[in-house]
Write a protein that binds this ligand. Structure first.
Ligand SMILES: [Zn+2]
Length: 443
């Protein structure tokens, strides 16, 4: 490593690379150059490199790890956080969330709500979001402003909303916005047919053809509730997954959010077709959707990542908390305390998410040549003392308030709890403005 070749050197007490499950490097450092991890340095090499790097971050009480990847969210719904709680999914959607969205959702709503979500996510160590909502241009602009790696999922439904008239209209808008943001490094567009119960066969077929022609990913809610499965049997004489298989939707392009209600055969089917799953434990618990068979899916070879879902059904966009819940809920679901150990939960929240999004060659673990999407968590707090195993603490003991630094492509988005790209007070003002507007129209 020559004297002037490092943009930044990050020295950390511990480093979880996620390259090998449970591996922790002590007193190592990352050399960052042009947004990439140029090298993972041993303690001796780190001391030498420190004298020559342009910037040195010395994180003596911290664990450095890959940024968290939120594999399923609806960012703009932060503006409906706490608006309707303690209801069943279909009642919550039909009688509360969809009517409120119909009245309020606009470019400004989505831009402000997404920015607020991104500020919260960065403060919690999330560097990538796989979103699904409307007003895609506003989501993309918020992603660029925040610096987060943003997958803009373009919702596709059969019925009209404030944003679109019908499936063709939603698809047209998705493609137009995608063209408008081509060349933005951290922004990508994803086709997001909402769910089997809101999308018709012909539309799914169009989505599959388009995804292949345009080389796009697909993001869809699948097998979230028992109601959804039963309703499909009544309407289509098939369970949703069987119907989607027949239509051709199952492939490594697909990230299926939830996958709670699955038979062993369906788990096998998901594994065989390379379907990725976004597990959302808090949302599944809050809406009483059920317990996803995560341990079984992992054992079958299904790639399972972790998501928060939207702030109206969680109500936190806290990936550390979600990772903890994923580890705990898997144990409850199987009555097996060895299910989803801490190292597996961390891999789900990082590298598995990257794999689902087709960027595991670029991010998701700490390795020379990957982009520098990394976070630091300060374990010096009373709540995480003493430290026997940082892997255990990250999953079971640390809180998101202990996330101290966040980098994406080597760009610092947060240092010492201070956001570098977004202004917290400005965002608080916007949140309060929207609360006043939403309450005035509901009253
Ligand atoms: Zn969702």
């Amino acid at each position: 490593m020559s004297a002037t070749s490092i943009d930044a050197l990050i020295r950390a007490r511990w480093m979880i690379t996620v390259e090998n499950d449970g591996e922790v490097l002590e007193n190592h450092a990352l050399a960052i150059k042009d947004g990439k991890i140029a090298a993972v340095l041993s303690p001796a090499d780190a001391a030498q490199a420190a004298a020559h790097a342009a910037v040195v971050h010395t994180l003596d009480t911290h664990v450095l790890m890959p940024g968290l990847i939120n594999l399923h969210g609806h960012s703009a719904m932060t503006l409906l956080r706490g608006y309707a709680d303690d209801l069943a999914l279909m009642d919550w959607l039909n009688n509360h969330i969809w009517p409120a969205e119909g009245k309020h959702v606009s470019d400004a709503f989505v831009y402000d709500g997404t920015l607020i979500a991104m500020a919260e996510m960065i403060r919690g160590g999330t560097t990538t979001i796989n979103d699904m909502y409307f007003h895609h241009g506003a989501v993309a602009r918020a992603g660029i402003a925040s610096g987060m790696r943003t997958f803009v999922g373009c919702s596709i439904l059969e019925f009209p909303t404030a944003y679109g008239q019908n499936a063709d209209d939603y698809i047209e808008k998705a493609l137009a916005e995608r063209r408008a943001f081509l060349g933005e490094d951290r922004v990508d567009f994803v086709l997001a047919p909402h769910a089997p119960y809101t999308v018709a066969d012909d539309t799914f077929k169009k989505v599959i053809t388009l995804a292949e022609e345009e080389d796009m990913l697909v993001h869809c809610h699948i097998h979230e509730t028992g109601f959804e499965v039963a309703d499909s049997v009544t309407q289509h004489h098939q369970r949703p997954l069987a119907r989607l298989k027949q239509l051709g939707l199952l492939s490594p392009r697909l990230t299926a959010a939830h996958m709670v209600h699955l038979s062993d055969d369906e788990i096998e089917l998901a594994a065989r077709y390379g379907v990725n799953v976004a597990h959302n434990p808090a949302s599944n618990m809050k809406l009483a959707s059920g317990i996803a068979p995560v341990a079984k899916m992992l054992a079958a070879g299904v790639n399972v990542g972790i998501g928060t879902d939207g702030a109206a059904s969680n109500n936190k966009l806290d990936m550390l908390a979600e990772t903890r819940l994923a580890a705990l809920l898997a144990k409850v679901g199987t009555l097996e305390p060895t299910a989803v150990p801490a190292a597996t939960a961390i891999r789900m929240a990082t590298l598995n998410g990257a794999k689902a999004l087709g960027i595991d060659d670029k991010v998701g673990s700490i390795k020379a040549g990957k982009q520098a999407d990394v976070i630091a968590i300060d374990l010096s707090a009373l709540e995480t003392a003493p430290v026997f195993d940082p892997v255990s603490h990250v999953v079971y003991a640390a809180g998101r308030e202990q996330v101290s630094h966040v980098w994406v492509d080597g760009q610092c988005l947060m240092a010492g709890r201070q956001l570098e790209t977004l202004n917290t007070n400005d965002l608080l003002g916007r949140a309060e403005d929207w609360r006043a507007r939403i309450q005035a129209r509901t009253a």
